[in-house]
Design a protein around this ligand. Structure first.
Ligand code: BG6
Length: 517
């Protein structure tokens, strides 16, 4: 970055983020999420001096173990999952001195008394009363844990003047709108909505946060952002990995609950929402909810025309065989659960009326990549377009969310030389070349925001319920029907034929993410 760009850097968060001494209590501490994501994230926040001083982490779980044994387990996991390597032994030791273990049962009131004593034992009032409770348990235990926390007076629902308690809730938040509503009602009996931080880790990703900056800190793109210029939008979240060991969970969730209800709809909301009235969390969340509510409701009879399911068959990726979904462990050999889904949605508001939004996600696709492609209208059919026909590519802006994070603008240019030849060229912004390879994990940002009490990157109750409503309508349209032949795809391909047909009906075609930009 040259000096001028540095001078033009504008900071928006000066003075607004208070990082106060606090304790972070993780329920379900022996699970995968703690070892893979939460502890590595907290360790990196510690390295970057972003955690408060003092702070404590308590892992709450069923098995009996000492602080030392838990620290050692976490150290082993960190060696494997840390985004920076090697792990700095001295820094780890300094961090781990703040990490403790509390053996307890989620359903046992006495365990929460024990937790209370442990917090009080730190000898600092703020470590006892400023607490972030992180629910990384199975979803069926969320309500129970919160009720016990409240009864043990660890979690107070009313506002305290000098102290705070917050609850971070992992996904899945319910399995349909009725269960999400029920869970919201249960949690808000014991904690105020302002204290509840529902996670969607996509919102912690730099590139996802940048969608709002890109749209609303630049004058040129927003002019084009709507039905007058945009032909259609494609949102792709493709994953190269299979369902693997998560077959049991996946049989319950499927791609629609696992990926669409949360990550894809969140990205869609950020891409399509109206400008918020301010940068306050509630203003941004209001606009996201409004956008989700503007998605045209799907009647059951329309689902077959607008939504495509898919499931992977045997196939190959990078020369390695991949077994069919129905052969994965803990999967019913006759399962109709979708490992792929493609949607054609319309947003019935002034800006987007008539513009199709195509969303797709799947496992065992050729490449792991997430991107948003805004495809502009073609030029009028005169001059170059008249001569080139459909070969003249329309302009597009691609927000590459991961990996090779960046933003590209595609337009046509003359190939140098005496002949008149045109082809698409690209202007490209790459995060790596502009800012260096700095890729904090989403969980680092999310944990820090929750500690600071900023809910912008978390999902509000009405948002989660609205998103479930969209998914419920789709699932009702499927209503126990089996997958048709053209809904299967070989592992290692870009999804079922039916998904190509979905776009072809509108005169469109999927633009697959490219391996390296
Ligand atoms: C999770 C899903 O929420 O997101 C997984 O449960 C999915 O199935 C994952 O693989 C994708 O996250 P990321 O950050 O790797 O794109």
């Amino acid at each position: 970055m040259d000096n001028l760009d540095e001078l033009l850097t504008c900071r928006l968060d000066f003075g607004s983020k208070a990082v106060e001494p606090c304790s972070i209590v993780i329920f379900g501490a022996s699970g995968d999420l703690t070892a893979r994501k939460l502890i590595p994230a907290l360790y990196h926040l510690f390295l970057e001096k972003q955690l408060p001083n003092p702070f404590r982490v308590i892992g709450f779980a069923r098995r009996e173990k000492s602080d030392a044994a838990w620290r050692e387990e976490l150290n082993q996991a960190l060696q494997q999952f840390s985004r920076t390597k090697p792990v700095d032994a001295a820094k780890w030791t300094a961090f781990a001195a703040n990490v403790h273990y509390c053996q307890g049962e989620f359903s046992d009131a006495a365990s929460y008394q024990k937790l209370e004593r442990q917090l009080a034992g730190f000898g600092v009032e703020a470590l006892r009363r400023n607490v972030l409770f992180y629910l990384a348990t199975s979803p069926s235990q969320f309500a129970e844990v919160v009720e016990h926390l409240h009864k043990a007076e660890l979690l107070r629902r009313h506002e305290e003047k000098n102290f705070w308690q917050r609850v971070v809730v992992e996904k899945p938040f319910g399995h349909d709108s009725a269960s999400a509503r029920k869970l919201n009602a249960e949690l808000t009996r014991f904690a105020h909505e302002k204290q509840i931080f529902r996670i969607d880790h996509y919102l912690g990703k730099e590139t996802v946060q940048n969608i709002l900056m890109f749209r609303f800190s630049n004058a040129i793109f927003e002019q084009l952002w709507g039905r007058n210029s945009v032909d259609h939008v494609q949102i792709t979240v493709s994953e190269k990995h299979s369902v693997g060991a998560r077959g049991g969970y996946y049989e319950e969730a499927g791609a629609i609950r696992d990926m669409v209800q949360n990550h894809l709809l969140q990205v869609l909301a950020l891409v399509a929402m109206e400008p918020p009235v301010s940068l306050e969390a509630e203003s941004i969340r209001d606009e996201k909810v409004k956008l989700l509510k503007s998605i045209r409701p799907l009647l059951s009879v329309q689902v077959a025309n607008q939504i495509v399911r898919g499931q992977y068959l045997d196939g190959e990726i990078d020369g390695q065989p991949r077994p069919a979904y129905r052969k994965e462990p803990k999967v019913n050999p006759a399962s109709n659960v979708e490992t792929y889904v493609a949607l054609k949605l319309f947003i019935d508001n002034w800006r987007w009326s008539g513009v199709p939004f195509y969303l797709r996600t799947g496992k065992n696709l050729p490449l792991s990549a997430s991107e948003v492609r805004v495809q502009f209208r073609p030029t009028p059919n005169v001059l170059f377009a008249a001569q080139c026909g459909p070969k003249l590519d329309a302009n597009a802006i691609t927000l590459r969310l991961q990996p090779n994070e960046g933003i590209s603008l595609r337009f046509n240019g003359k190939i140098p030389g005496a002949s008149m030849r045109l082809r698409p060229v690209r202007m490209h912004f790459s995060y790596d070349s502009e800012f260096g390879a700095y890729t904090p994990e989403a969980y680092e940002r999310l944990l820090l925001e929750a500690i600071c009490g900023d809910a912008t990157l978390f999902i509000r109750s009405d948002e989660v319920e609205t998103a479930w409503g969209i998914v419920d309508a789709i699932r009702a349209g499927w209503d126990g029907t089996s997958l048709a032949e053209k809904e299967f795809y070989a592992a290692g391909t870009w999804g079922p034929v039916a998904a190509d047909e979905l776009l072809a009906k509108g005169g469109h075609a999927w633009r697959n993410p490219q391996p390296i930009t």
